[in-house]
Design a protein around this ligand. Structure first.
Ligand code: AMP
Ligand code: MG
Length: 482
């Protein structure tokens, strides 16, 4: 270990690599030609007990490209499967490599993973690489989600590889360093389930519980309790997405993390005008992962998760099925309660009133009909400075507002402030800063990133990021970036 490396503070303890051979494939990142650091998240580094301030950019580029692996890392690709748009497929890390688990100062176990680091045995026909735009997009949006207080993987660094990747056209190659509380997915369970090896399934369940849900390690039926835990976690997550208008875009079961973190920022985007059918992804022709479908898809994915554990829930097939079905069926009621509470919080409705339901649905109906901007509607109600308020100056909205105002209490605005972001990464702003970054000007990217750090606090610079995109005939589209 070099002196510099010692001062960084890496503290690897790699438990996933000790799992059975079938779970992993030991492999190193494929070295790249001319690595160049694009961005490094010093705040995150600091939070997890790492310090890169004594390392020069050339060395950092080597670290974050995988050309120089940190001492203690033991890199591998993880095996998993998944339902992609409803179809079951064997997958695995085709363009990612897990360096290992770093133990933070506060004793958190964190996966350090490269995304875009070259081919693995799971690459199928892919090149194992990623392009700069999508990696910076993941960096920006995952960090925005973190600041919005939504469970998420984080982004530590992006480097350019100095190599081109071939997509529809040639693009600059890049590698993202992702930090996650783990990369165990619903799809990981699906993969192990296909192997029909009860020992392996038990190993995965025990490993997952130890890592994420130690409170149920002594339970009588830990597989059942694990499903129950995941239901709660995923409801919490999807309610948060609905709160800020986040559309994940590709909620395949391989992109649902057991930790309950938002993972895999591909074609995700934020909703502008309110409509449950909002769907930006170019490959989601049927709107399977549209904004309003996200709760139902979460439930569907959870059912796939429960299916993997049936044999552990009860050795009697019928009993297992009955227990799992009853558990999954609890989803709707829990979700509805949590969603309702969240909407009440957005509107500052404290306590209960029998008209609350009506008040919420009336507003949503108006928003849909008048194509009102989701984020800005709540900002308008909070008396926030907005460039343009004319969308809200009509009789229907005004009448609703009068009814709503009667229901407010002393602390309503305080509650609203905690739940309604004054800034989100709006699609057109994201596209603009990525375009500049691809042309070597990172200033707009950094400015937006900075503004997104305090999404519940008024800031001077905000108005420039608050306006919805100009109305256009062309529908905004997002791409997987694979
Ligand atoms: P994603 O759409 O990013 O969730 O990826 C779905 C699957 O495709 C995963 O198994 C990825 O590892 C794999 N994959 C995505 N992009 C590539 C690529 N460029 N090369 C190889 N595999 C890839
Ligand atoms: Mg994925």
């Amino acid at each position: 270990m070099t002196i510099k490396e010692k001062t960084i503070g890496w503290n690897f303890d790699n438990s996933y690599s000790n799992l059975p051979k079938s779970f992993i494939y030991e492999i190193s990142p494929v070295p790249v030609k001319r690595p160049e650091l694009v961005i490094l998240n010093h705040d995150l580094a600091d939070q997890i007990g790492l310090n890169f301030s004594n390392v020069d950019n050339e060395q950092l580029a080597k670290f974050f490209s995988g050309n120089l692996l940190p001492k203690g890392s033991k890199s591998l690709a993880q095996a998993y499967a998944g339902h992609q748009f409803g179809h079951f497929t064997i997958l695995g890390d085709g363009r990612a490599v897990l360096l290992g688990e770093h133990i933070s100062k506060s004793n958190q176990r964190l996966d350090i993973q490269f995304k875009g680091s070259g081919q693995t045995p799971f690459s199928r026909n892919g090149d194992g690489r990623a392009a700069l735009g999508p990696m910076l997009r993941e960096y920006l949006i995952s960090e925005a989600m973190y600041s919005l207080n939504i469970p998420t993987t984080r982004s530590l660094a992006v480097v350019k590889t100095g190599e081109n990747v071939k997509r529809e056209k040639l693009l600059q190659g890049a590698i993202l360093t992702r930090v996650a509380s783990s990369h165990i997915r619903v799809g990981t369970f699906q993969f192990i389930r296909t192997r029909e090896n009860l020992d392996e399934l038990n190993t995965l369940v025990n490993y997952t519980i130890k890592r994420h849900y130690p409170e149920i390690s002594k339970s009588k039926n830990n597989a059942y309790d694990l499903v129950s835990k995941l239901i709660d976690k995923q409801i919490e997550l999807v309610v948060n997405w609905m709160r800020v208008g986040f559309i994940h875009g590709v909620m395949n079961t391989d992109n649902m993390a057991i930790s309950g973190e938002t993972i895999d920022y591909g074609p995700c985007a934020f909703m502008d005008s309110y409509n449950l059918g909002t769907c930006f992804s170019s490959i989601d022709h049927m709107g399977r992962y549209a904004y309003g479908n996200q709760p139902a898809i979460t439930k569907w994915n959870l059912a796939r998760f429960a299916e993997c554990l049936l044999t552990l829930i009860s050795p009697k097939k019928d009993d297992a099925l009955k227990m799992a079905t009853e558990l999954i069926d609890k989803f709707d009621k829990i979700y509805e309660e949590k969603w309702f509470y969240m909407m009440k919080s957005k509107l500052g409705l404290i306590g209960n009133d029998k008209e609350d339901n009506l008040l919420i649905f009336e507003l949503l109906e108006i928003m849909k009909k008048q194509e009102l901007d989701y984020t800005n509607t709540f900002l308008f109600l909070m008396d926030q400075e907005l460039d343009d308020k004319k969308d809200f100056q009509n009789e229907e909205f005004g009448n609703w507002k009068i009814k709503w105002q009667k229901r407010l209490a002393k602390d309503s605005k305080k509650l609203m402030k905690l739940n309604n972001p004054v800034i989100i990464p709006r699609n057109h702003n994201v596209e603009n800063v990525l375009k500049s970054a691809e042309n070597n000007d990172l200033t707009p990217f950094n400015d937006l990133l900075q503004a997104l750090k305090n999404p519940y606090t008024d800031q001077k610079v905000l108005t420039k990021y608050q306006s919805p995109p100009p109305k256009s005939d062309e529908k905004y589209q997002t791409f997987c970036g694979t």
